[in-house]
Design a protein around this ligand. Structure first.
Ligand code: SAM
Length: 277
């Protein structure tokens, strides 16, 4: 059994106020901090008042070698903290490999949970969150991308995708082609930052919304699942429709709003609306 401790520490996805007191403590107590970009992590540490920590950069190109070095430090009984540039390590960021190596060698692995853009976007989307799927970044091109788009289109659960700003329009267009126009989607941008914005609608409307724009900043796309999601029952749809109809909306408008709210196809909501007395 190893004697070292690896602590995965969640850091803010934009707003430094989201750095938790436990995260500061974990960073202060670490013998060494594994991070992606040492300059970025140093800024965070300065903000947190953590001084002179030993930083080790771990990124795609050196991960295997750095994991071996960090494992040696764990073997020596040290406390290793791991952060990524933002959010939770291991979520579309390095982390998984070091955790596997540490647990394999019998070291203790702890976590100080913090924000993650995926969960933040999911909960703010209003789409069913009881069961969901995290896709991270889609492959950029080729058959890998096409296959994944097909799988995402068939997925019944809400799907969360990360995307770089200059690729958001292309990905929305591809999702529109794969999933059809009525699929609900939320575009969550710059979460927790000054220009935070959450847009909700269908893929067709999202395509129009983005047309001619140059999206900037960090984006998460949250896509409603295929078909009637398990989270929305017929009773829930009827209840939501009645609320809109009682407020004076037409059946068509009520169906469109309820489809977006509950993440169900507009056709299904409209069918139920026409059957309501
Ligand atoms: N480990 C991070 C986490 O737990 O969220 C994710 C790292 S991944 C390399 C970076 C991607 O996360 C961005 O391209 C974007 O899709 C998403 N992201 C990170 N911060 C965000 C924010 N403040 N608002 C919206 N999306 C964000």
């Amino acid at each position: 059994m190893g004697e070292g401790t690896l602590v995965l520490v969640g850091t803010p996805i934009g707003n430094l106020g989201d750095l938790s007191p436990r995260a500061v403590e974990a960073l202060r107590d670490a013998d060494v901090i594994a991070c992606e970009d040492t300059r970025r992590t140093r800024k965070l540490l300065t903000h947190a008042g953590v001084h002179a920590p030993h930083l080790v950069a771990v990124h795609d190109h050196n991960e295997a070698a750095q994991v071996r070095r960090l494992l040696a430090r764990l073997d020596a009984g040290e406390r290793v903290a791991m952060v990524s540039d933002a959010g939770m390590p291991g979520i579309a960021d390095p982390g998984e490999r070091l955790v596997r190596a540490a647990t394999g060698a019998g070291h203790r692995v702890e976590v100080v949970p913090g924000p993650s853009a995926a969960v933040a976007a999911l909960v703010v989307s209003g789409l069913p969150s009881g069961r969901f799927c995290f896709e991270g970044f889609l492959p950029r091109k080729g058959s890998g991308r096409e296959e994944r788009l097909r799988a995402v289109a068939a997925e019944r659960r809400t799907t969360v995708l990360y995307e770089a700003p200059h690729r958001v329009r292309r990905t929305i267009a591809d999702l529109l082609e794969a999933c059809g126009p009525d699929r609900p989607v939320t575009i969550a941008r710059e979460l927790t930052k000054a220009f935070e914005e959450t847009w909700r609608g269908t893929l067709e409307a999202a395509d129009r919304y983005l047309d001619g724009t140059e999206p900037r900043g960090e984006h998460v796309l949250v896509l409603g699942g295929a078909g009637p999601p398990e989270a929305a029952t017929q009773d829930e749809v009827e209840l939501a429709l009645r609320r809109h109809l009682d407020a004076g909306g037409t059946k068509r408008d009520a169906a469109a709003s309820v489809a977006t709210e509950l993440g169900i196809p507009r056709r299904w909501a409209y069918e139920i609306a026409t059957r309501l007395g």
